[in-house]
Design a protein around this ligand. Structure first.
Ligand code: COA
Length: 329
């Protein structure tokens, strides 16, 4: 097994108080049923931000919990990395808003855009910065207000997503704890299968864009499903190989929580029984990059894993991007 250089010292999570169930879609004019959504996705409800809840506020709340558990003060943070597909503003990075709210005066702060793989991409960057000596203490936040960027008139997408945030404090490895492997890939030739077509620099916001709703998330669901299953299974194997571990060494698989059928297919292809797979998609929907740290935090709080446990995390998302990591907690 590889000697780790950086470890996840502590994690935290924060989700909006407001819960929207599958039955609540009727009230906003969406023609769907609880049965349809459950059968295709395994999602029963999701948290949706209320007034004043933002990508920054959710991320900062999760960060405070992680920092308290790690015993880290805001002034000790060297770097704040925020992964998000739903930044509060396009400029500047939402990470600097989190920095300001936390009072992390010494830190540099920046966003990364890797969709649902953001937490694992961020983990890889944090590990690299600690390894190179560029940072000692990194705050990695994955925060999403997906409700702000999904099309609430499109029943094929709006039922899938939810809001929430997870955060991790990453420091130099101690006692053999830490990141044993990370694996990242992307394929930009598939970008148009899951994207926001307009509203960026190529086609800036305009009345026509608003009218066509092309500034919101568009997705070719079936294609995404197919690629997700294939890429998640490949990713899981690669992270295990890089960590020089076998499936039997894994205490818990935490897959990106997009869809129960994708999770089950990933577990099956990887050879990990479902009782070693963490699933909470039924309560949160797809919270993009926040899904893995929210699940990790829940699994730790429930005592399913703790110090010394070996966890495999696997993600897939827009880009397409796919990624995986094995950590010893
Ligand atoms: N309720 C009821 N019917 C719905 C619906 C909803 N919420 N959304 C779509 N439908 C209808 C469609 O209009 C279509 O009707 P039609 O046959 O009359 O045209 C029918 O259901 C089948 O649509 P289709 O898109 O082919 O369904 P599907 O079996 O592929 O399931 C997804 C759709 C989105 C659930 C599925 O493709 C999926 O989970 N994809 C992966 C999405 C994902 O996880 N993305 C994020 C990755 S990070």
């Amino acid at each position: 097994m590889k000697r780790p250089s950086a470890q996840i010292s502590a994690v935290g999570r924060s989700v909006p108080a407001r819960v929207m169930t599958n039955y609540d879609f009727a009230a906003i004019g969406i023609e769907t049923t609880h049965e349809w959504i459950m059968e295709r996705t395994g999602i029963s409800e999701r948290h949706i931000a209320g007034p004043g809840e933002t990508t920054c506020s959710l991320g900062a709340d999760a960060a405070r919990i992680a920092m308290k558990r790690a015993g880290v003060q805001p002034g000790e943070l060297d770097v704040i990395i925020l992964s998000t597909a739903s930044p509060d503003r396009l400029l500047p990075a939402t990470a600097v808003d989190i920095q300001a709210v936390l009072g992390a005066t010494r830190a540099s702060a920046f966003d990364i855009s890797a969709a649902c793989c953001g937490f694992i991409y961020g983990l890889t960057i944090a590990e690299g910065m600690i390894n190179s000596g560029a940072a000692e203490t990194v705050l990695l936040v994955s925060s999403e207000k997906m409700s702000a960027i999904c099309d609430w008139t499109d029943r094929a997408t709006c039922v899938l997503f939810g809001d929430g945030a997870g955060a991790a404090v990453i420091r130099r490895s101690q006692k053999g704890r830490g990141i044993l492997s990370t694996f990242m890939r992307s394929d930009g030739t598939l970008a148009d299968l899951l994207y926001r077509p307009a509203g960026g620099a190529t086609t800036p916001m305009s009345p026509a864009v608003l009218e066509a709703r092309t500034h919101l998330v568009h997705m070719a669901g079936r294609e995404v499903f197919k690629h997700a299953v294939r890429s998640m299974a490949e990713s899981a194997g690669r992270a295990l190989d890089l960590a020089r571990l076998n499936v039997g060494d894994i205490d818990l698989l935490i897959p990106h929580q997009a869809n129960l059928r994708i999770i089950e297919a990933t577990a099956k292809h990887t050879g990990i029984p479902m009782d070693k797979v963490y699933v909470n998609v039924e309560r949160y929907g797809n919270t993009s990059s926040a899904s893995i740290p929210i699940a990790l935090d829940e699994a730790m709080q429930r005592g399913l894993v703790g110090e010394g446990s070996i966890v495999l995390m696997v993600a897939f998302g827009a880009g397409f991007t796919w990624a995986s990591s094995v950590v010893r907690l």
